[in-house]
Design a protein around this ligand. Sequence first.
Ligand SMILES: NC(=O)c1ccc[n+]([C@@H]2O[C@H](COP(=O)([O-])OP(=O)(O)OC[C@H]3O[C@@H](n4cnc5c(N)ncnc54)[C@H](O)[C@@H]3O)[C@@H](O)[C@H]2O)c1
Length: 452
Amino acid sequence: MLKNTLNEVETKNTKIEIFGLGYVGFPLAVRLSKEGWSVTGIDIDKKRLERLKKDNLAESELKLQSDFIESKKNKTLSFSDKPLAYDGSKIGIICVPTPIPSAETKSDFFVNSAVEKFLETSKQGDIIIIESSIELGTTDKIKQLIESNGYKVGENFGLAFCPERIDPLNKKWNLDNIPRVIYCSDDSTFAIMQRVYHDVNSSNLIRVSSAKVAEVIKSFENTFRLVNISLVNEMAILCDHLEIDFNEVMTAASSKPFGFMPFYSGAGAGGHCIPKDPKFLLESSKKFGIDFKSIENALHINSLIPKYIVDIIEKILSEKNLAKSVIICGMSYKPNSEDMRDSPSFKILDEFQKQGYDIAIYDPFFKNELLEKYLIENHLKEKKFTILKDLDDDNLSKYACICVVQHHTKSQYRLEEIYRKSKVPVIYDCQNKLKKISSSTLLVSLGNKNIV
Ligand SMILES: NC(=O)c1ccc[n+]([C@@H]2O[C@H](COP(=O)([O-])OP(=O)(O)OC[C@H]3O[C@@H](n4cnc5c(N)ncnc54)[C@H](O)[C@@H]3O)[C@@H](O)[C@H]2O)c1
């Protein structure tokens, strides 16, 4: 049966259903449909589907606008809230979220429900590819789920795990040129994957021997990031105490041409992947009685940085006899992005709230209508802050400090102007990016505390 599917993919007569149209699934749907595959984008979020049907793209999706419109015009891209039966073979690509496991939700909750949905209309010869990040052992569970529907994985049904590595907004590394690790249940499925991913990343696929290996690799990659982010943040704290500039240390250390890789200090790791995926390795090691200390420490350090920052600001404001009032600037976890998930800025916000501050927040990407979503994504119960539309003089006059958590290109000029024209008494720069100039505003940066 999988041999028939292989023949069908040669002529792109296979239907591709992509489950989850977020940061991972949407670009993939646009790419494959642009290359002539018949793609249905499936999402349970009705508002997202409506938006896409009306060609209304989010800021981060705009760069795909012309390909998106072209695919819709060519009728290779359509949208639905559920899969549909199809006479030929079907490939389901799963790009749904992976929540941090808790008493209420398992990490594979969304992946499982998408796979179950796909199985409702599937038949022999079909294939499931998981691109979502998953906990160790999930691919095996999916295999059991497929087989409980009467199929034999590797014989008449294909299964692959090809974890997504995308770094949205990265200009150098994107869907085209990021190599991908892949586990496939059998050789026919791998041959089919090579055909499909030819139109994604020129089939730059590194096939590994088992699902377990692929699952470990995905979590390990993000563990590497988390451990290094935590390492440089601890180093930045030491630089604060040594009264030296962390950036000078990092730039000079990076001149070593081997065995060193630069990471930059900031308010901590955020987003849907880096703070979460290492927990999967941690949980797995616990089952063997192993404490994965590097991960435990990194998670712990990551959780301490917001308080460290707020405590420094508190000290400065009280020394200067200034009111406990702050504007948190840059709420998303990465620059020039509207992605607010698990962002350190909200942890800083929470810490300021605990310390009784009058708080305002500002981010050019912040959408008031999504406030509820942002609060849920960042585990905050209520809104006890003002949302600023801009950083105009009137707004600034009410606050003693700007705490810059994330620098966006859109707000950079205004921030530099505020500093140059001394519009607030204190600026704290979590990313140590503002260049020191002569100003009566006190500029303090993480990793450069005493150079003001
Ligand atoms: N965002 C990244 O940079 C990135 C990078 C690498 C890997 N990943 C991983 O990829 C996966 C997806 O991440 P994302 O950032 O695209 O998430 P996202 O939240 O941006 O998008 C996920 C979409 O899936 C939809 N969805 C949920 N359950 C569904 C279901 N049963 N059927 C159909 N749609 C469903 C949601 O409504 C949402 O629109 C996660 O496992 C994540 O860890 C993300």
